[in-house]
Design a protein around this ligand. Structure first.
Ligand code: TXA
Ligand code: MG
Length: 329
């Protein structure tokens, strides 16, 4: 595995030899870890069934759980899916950015059935990552990329996280430091009559509803909105037992804090990990997965988490914490 340390402000990527090497690796069906604004992605050629199969194999991921295809612009996305007015509105407002759209797949799309797990729909996203966009443009390929972690584990927001989980499977990793958003993209399905939130993420529900001019249905909460195939209840699983909405701390627990007021018993915590001392949800999202890893190093195998508000990015943060706390299947 070769590590490329890339300054995120670098612009002349196409002229660099390593960039061309990585394009060739992707054309050959190899796996490359690439930073996006949300989390690191484990990327491969989405049009190749064997390349997508190696993604599933590397992650240890159940093959019924479809992958997001990443492209560099709306025009490229339209090769793969049918965009109605709502889809165009959202794409124009939020791409590039942390939004994934689930849309009817065009029968002419070259994206492999393995990437979409045989569904008639496809999940598409234009990431804000310059390097990922440049790789899509230079290769002319859509890139299938799940979060670069072992299936069921915490998503990687730094290159070291990714290397710890996936080193043996990677041909390259592009290291541009910690990813700024820190939680995965928000996934919206536009397959049904009502736009549906399949996964809260780095773009808030409020921002999306403002552009659509209607409320989002929430997957799994009403019958017209079946959950995303990959929304397993236990996910993002650290080794420790997690207790949410902690109003007090037991001796030996690791405490994940939010805001400046600490709960009763905080002095007995084995370690304190701060999501955001100023109570800022954007900062908390960016630190969430690193905080879970750090808290997981506590001696007692117990993590208490202070309450996090549910508005804005708080919806995604609470969703990930609930999955991390869920009983393991
Ligand atoms: O921020 C992100 O979205 C990151 C970066 C790398 O882009 N990617 C990511 O991918 O989080 P992944 O594979 O970890 O999560 C993708 C989710 C899965 O829960 C999957 O079930 C859902 O998207 N999904 C993919 N295609 C779908 C489809 N056609 N219908 C419904 N859900 C779909
Ligand atoms: Mg994931």
């Amino acid at each position: 595995m070769k590590r490329w340390r890339l300054d995120p402000s670098e612009t002349q990527l196409e002229d660099m030899q390593i960039f061309q090497e990585i394009c060739n690796a992707l054309r050959d069906g190899k796996l490359v870890a690439i930073p996006t604004e949300t989390v690191y992605g484990l990327a491969a050629n989405a049009t190749s069934g064997t390349a997508c199969a190696s993604i599933y194999e590397a992650k240890g991921r159940p093959s019924f759980n479809p992958l997001i295809s990443h492209v560099d612009c709306l025009e490229a996305a339209q090769i793969h899916a049918l965009f109605d007015d709502r889809a165009l509105k959202l794409a124009n407002a939020f791409w590039p950015g942390p939004l994934t759209l689930v849309l009817p797949k065009r029968v002419t799309s070259p994206v492999s059935d393995l990437a979409t797990a045989g569904l008639e729909s496809i999940a598409l996203r234009v990431p804000r990552s310059q390097v990922m966009q440049a790789l899509c443009r230079a290769t002319g390929l859509p890139l299938a990329a799940p979060s670069a972690n072992l299936s069921g584990r915490i998503s990687g927001t730094t290159a070291d996280d990714v290397i710890n989980d996936l080193k043996v499977h990677l041909s390259y990793i592009i290291d541009s430091g910690a990813t700024p958003v820190g939680v995965e993209s928000t996934i919206i399905s536009l397959l049904g009559e009502r736009p549906t939130l399949l996964r809260p993420g780095g773009l808030s529900r409020e921002a999306i509803e403002a552009v659509l001019g209607e409320p989002l249905a929430r997957a799994g909460t009403d019958d017209s909105a079946p959950p995303a195939p990959g929304m397993l209840t236990s996910h993002y699983a650290p080794n420790s037992h997690i207790r949410l909405n902690a109003q007090s701390v037991d001796a030996g627990e690791s405490l994940i804090t939010f805001g400046s007021t600490l709960p009763e018993g905080s002095d007995q915590a084995s370690r304190l990990v701060h999501l955001s001392e100023s109570g800022d949800l954007t900062e908390a999202a960016a630190r969430l997965f690193t905080a879970l890893r750090e808290a997981d190093l506590g001696v007692d195998g117990k993590i208490a988490v202070m309450p996090i508000p549910f508005h804005g990015l708080g919806e995604a943060i609470n969703d990930r914490l609930e999955r991390a706390a869920a009983p393991r299947g």
